[in-house]
Write a protein that binds this ligand. Structure first.
Ligand SMILES: C[S@@+](CC[C@H](N)C(=O)[O-])C[C@H]1O[C@@H](n2cnc3c(N)ncnc32)[C@H](O)[C@@H]1O
Length: 239
């Protein structure tokens, strides 16, 4: 097994991504729920522009119903190659890092699903792509962020706790984990940020609307996934 930080540049991995992340019954229930959230927003505002960040193989862009102008961004060309050739609704794709989305303009809906926000070099870098995504939301627009375990579980833990030694406060910023993917890649240093750190990075521009608990999957009852829905105030200046 190859030890790696990320497997996304491997074309073989990219080809098999959807089988694990969306077709597997343990995850399919969550994928359907995410599609439903997008369709709900598309239903409220026909013709909205949607930017899907870290879109990977383009699953959500191709499968969400509704009349929308669809744009996908990912930094892994191998994932985007799968996205470009997949059947389904058409989208425009850009290979770029979520840390700088300024050239793309602003969108009525910005969304990011699955583990996208864990893939930074360090905890200090986690806020940067979040704040760049928040800037891409047009005034009055929506932001949807999928949060998956163990970050979901972290939400039940206070961010600041009293340390068992000395004075002051101990802050829980993130859980760092490793896991194997498709028996081929051992992915290490994956950062799952504390939801309160995520909210703090988004708060200057976006207002929290609601946390959504995805339905539990019968195939993996101990695995909780959530989604965060925020909105940019209508009167806010474009940045
Ligand atoms: C687990 S895949 C999920 C893909 C997609 N969101 C889905 O639900 O199928 C994570 C994706 O995030 C992308 N990614 C991670 N960090 C990124 C960043 N900073 N900028 C752009 N893409 C990023 C990876 O290249 C990969 O395609």
């Amino acid at each position: 097994m190859t030890e790696t930080r990320l497997p996304y540049d491997d074309p073989e991995y990219a080809d098999g991504h959807d089988a694990d992340f969306h077709a597997d019954p343990a995850n399919a229930v969550h994928s359907r729920f995410e599609l439903g959230m997008i369709e709900e927003l598309a239903g409220e505002r026909s013709g909205l522009s949607w930017l899907n960040v870290a879109c990977g193989t383009g699953f959500h862009l191709a499968n969400a119903g509704g009349h929308m102008r669809r744009t996908g961004v990912d930094r892994a060309e191998a994932m985007l190659e799968v996205a470009r050739r997949r059947p389904g609704r058409a989208a425009t794709f850009h290979c770029r890092d979520a840390r700088d989305l300024s050239a793309l303009g602003s969108f009525d809906l910005v969304a990011r699903f699955w583990c996208g926000c864990v893939h930074q070099e360090s905890v200090d870098e986690v806020p940067q792509p979040l704040s760049s995504m928040a800037s891409a939301v047009a005034p009055g627009g929506d932001f949807l962020l999928g949060v998956c375990g163990p970050a979901g579980g972290l939400g039940n833990m206070p961010r600041a706790v009293r340390p068992p030694f000395g004075r002051g406060t101990m802050r829980i910023d993130a859980v760092v984990r490793r896991h194997s993917e498709r028996g081929r890649h051992e992915c290490r240093d994956c950062i799952a940020p504390h939801p309160k750190l995520v909210l703090a990075a988004l708060a200057p521009r976006l207002e929290e609307r609601r946390w959504r608990d995805c339905p539990r999957s019968a195939a993996r009852p101990g695995w909780q996934r959530e989604a965060l829905h925020l909105r940019r105030p209508t009167g806010s200046a474009t940045q």
